[in-house]
Design a protein around this ligand. Structure first.
Ligand SMILES: Nc1ncnc2c1ncn2[C@@H]1O[C@H](COP(=O)(O)OP(=O)(O)OP(=O)(O)O)[C@@H](O)[C@H]1O
Ligand SMILES: [Mg+2]
Length: 612
């Protein structure tokens, strides 16, 4: 199982295919058991002490009852027995607090460490992983699966120790009183363990459904609220309310099914425990009448029987807890063993890419599982300090090429050089830290505007942040907001327009001050006037840097030193603006549409995608 990744379309987090998990994944927890060994030892000692003290109480009761029966009991003796029991109760409370703090605290620490490890590992994974695994699966790992591991390493361990130690000790004390009566009394107990096991695994299944339905409900509310304008525009308020009510009904039904098991567990286990009591009353009572055991023994025996009920239930519960914990741990292991397709070679040297010269030779790339290459034997030379424009029809491979250059995708066929270094022979960070990349979708964090601009350089001064915002022609709009740069933007920046988001993304890249800047269709969301303003103001930033601008419009690339026309993952043509207008049909026709059609009163939008 270790390290195996499922190839199922459901994602890479399927864990053990049997759905039961494998104990081999326990290696993930080994470091924590080692690190917190003392804490655990203290917790176990406190737990065993609680068990021992509990086992001592029936001995005191036995002594008191025997004294009464034999006629030498005095009020003083009974009072001291009572005081001893009180003292024991206080000690039990103290030690119980200690074990809960130490053992349950340990399980919380395991949960926290595992969560942090998972998060760091997730950040190391690439697009390939996230394409196969949806966010819901990852969230389930971070919530349900971690909770199952936490329960197994906390209450699971407690239940195991109680079941074994307390169960065996109570059994021993009972045998000491009368072995035959003990075997009669515990006869129904295995049924109790079996019943708890069956009911708790059923409970687990039903509870999972409750949680799943809850996720469906919350996701429905989230998506409805974030698309509220669409809901209103299509008059779907009532329909959405009806769907929500239906989902709510399923949620209630699932909860009722859980309640049925909870409801059954307690009376059925009391019934079994009481059957044992009945047997003890019948057979133990007779033994007491005939004087085989004393009345004190009889009362103590009943107390031990009570003490045995919980360990027997724990025995059934513990197997289910561990099974669930191990299944979840296997799924977490699958995540931890997932490797990015673009693996950093630890021995690859870090180099400084200062000039920004890029060269691609016979570069090819195909997405996982696809036969046709998206980049197909592409050759491209970009001398340092060049402003290169890339145009091409939608789907031509422009974004893929940018991602290859930004080292977000692996270079497996052909070669790619930065300042003469083959990207595969230097560390990934060397290349990434030489590039300021503005991806096609301007992703923003739900934080302040200042935070978003300074994301790549958190220590940047406000002055610098404002300077790049001016260059990206967004400063005035930010200043007009009530809290200026401290304005928080909602999830994915929903309070901003597409063009505003793009300009913030450009400002973020400009702040990085890197030798290479790649802007993938970063001006598509702004009007022509703003586009010109941005081109004018960022041109001073671009001087001396290698700059690659992908665009569906001609204006941002018209002044480029060279413009490349991409077609089916290859370079179909390249030259200056005037050269391409002269000889390239695709280029000249989109130029005509973008300049002449608007001038004649046609819509500019129709040609934005480069579809002449
Ligand atoms: N993650 C992916 N998995 C599989 N195929 C993909 C993936 N991303 C893109 N493609 C495919 O690769 C081809 C090139 O896509 P790419 O995004 O590079 O085009 P593009 O030139 O940037 O297009 P646009 O102008 O619309 O941005 C397209 O056919 C697209 O369907
Ligand atoms: Mg693209």
């Amino acid at each position: 199982m270790r390290g195996r990744l499922s190839s199922k379309s459901s994602g890479v987090l399927a864990g053990d295919s049997s759905g039961k998990g494998s104990w081999s994944s326990i290696w993930l927890l080994k470091p924590y058991f080692k690190r917190y060994l003392l804490r655990l030892a203290g917790g176990f000692a406190a737990l065993v002490l609680v068990d021992l003290l509990q086992l001592f109480v029936p001995r005191i009761i036995r002594y008191a009852v025997n004294s009464l029966q034999e006629g030498h009991a005095t009020p003083r003796l009974l009072l001291s027995c009572g005081l001893y029991i009180c003292l024991i109760a206080v000690s039990i409370a103290g030690f119980r607090f200690i074990w809960r703090h130490l053992i349950l605290g340990f399980s919380r620490l395991v949960e926290t460490h595992l969560r942090n490890r998972m998060f760091s590992h997730l950040l190391a994974l690439d697009k390939d992983f996230f394409q196969k695994t949806n966010a819901g699966e990852v969230m389930a790992l971070a919530t349900n699966d971690l909770a199952a591991v936490q329960l197994a390493t906390g209450m699971g361990i407690v239940a195991l120790i109680d079941a074994v130690f307390m169960g065996l000790a109570a059994f021993g004390f009972m045998c000491y009183i009368d072995p035959r009566l003990t075997f009669i009394a515990v006869a129904p107990m295995p049924l109790l363990a079996l019943l708890t096991r069956t009911l708790s695994s059923r409970l687990h299944g039903r509870f999972k459904k409750v949680q799943e339905q809850f996720s469906v409900l919350t996701e429905f509310v989230r998506s409805t609220i974030s698309s509220i304008r669409l809901v209103k525009a299509y008059n779907q308020e009532e329909h959405q309310s009806r769907r929500f009510a239906q989902m709510g009904e399923t949620y209630v039904r699932n909860n009722v099914r859980v309640a049925v098991i909870y409801g059954a567990l307690s009376p059925v286990s009391s019934f079994i425990a009481n059957s044992s009591m009945l047997l003890v009353l019948i057979f133990g009572g007779r033994l007491t009448i005939y004087g085989t055991i004393t009345a004190g023994d009889f009362v103590a025996f009943i107390s031990y029987l009570f003490l045995m009920t919980w360990p027997m239930m724990a025995l059934g519960w513990v197997t289910d807890l561990f099974q669930r914990g191990v299944t979840s741990l296997s799924r977490i292991e699958s995540l931890m063993m997932a490797r990015p397709s673009l693996c950093a070679d630890e021995n690859a040297p870090s180099v400084r890419i200062g000039r920004g010269e890029i060269s691609a030779r016979k570069l090819s790339f195909r997405y996982p599982g696809q036969t046709e290459p998206v980049i197909n034997g592409l050759d491209l030379e970009i001398p340092a300090g060049t402003l290169l424009g890339i145009v091409g029809r939608t789907g031509a491979g422009k974004t893929t090429l940018c991602n290859l250059m930004a080292r977000l995708f692996p270079v497996e066929e052909g070669r790619l050089f930065f300042d003469g270094y083959d990207v595969n022979s230097v560390s990934i960070d060397s290349v990434r830290s030489s590039i300021a990349y503005v991806p096609q979708d301007a992703m923003l964090f739900s934080d302040t505007i200042a935070f978003n601009i300074a994301f790549g350089a958190p220590e940047a001064s406000m002055e610098k942040i404002e300077k790049v915002a001016r260059a990206a022609a967004i400063h005035d709009e930010i200043s007009a907001m009530p809290e200026g740069y401290e304005t928080r933007i909602g999830e994915k920046g929903v309070k901003l327009s597409g063009g505003q988001r793009q300009r913030i993304a450009i400002a973020r890249a400009l702040l990085l001050d890197r030798p290479i800047i790649i802007i993938d269709d970063g001006l598509s969301g702004v009007d022509m006037e703003t586009e010109h303003a941005i081109i004018r103001s960022i041109s001073s930033y671009l001087e001396g840097r290698t700059c690659i601008i992908v665009s569906h419009r001609i204006a941002p690339v018209a002044d480029a030193h060279r413009i490349v026309v991409m077609e089916n993952g290859r370079i179909a043509d390249q030259g200056t603006h005037s050269e391409l207008i002269e000889r390239n049909t695709f280029y000249s026709s989109i130029y005509r549409h973008q300049t002449l059609v608007p001038a004649l009163g046609g819509t500019e939008r129709g040609v934005i995608c480069g579809e002449p």
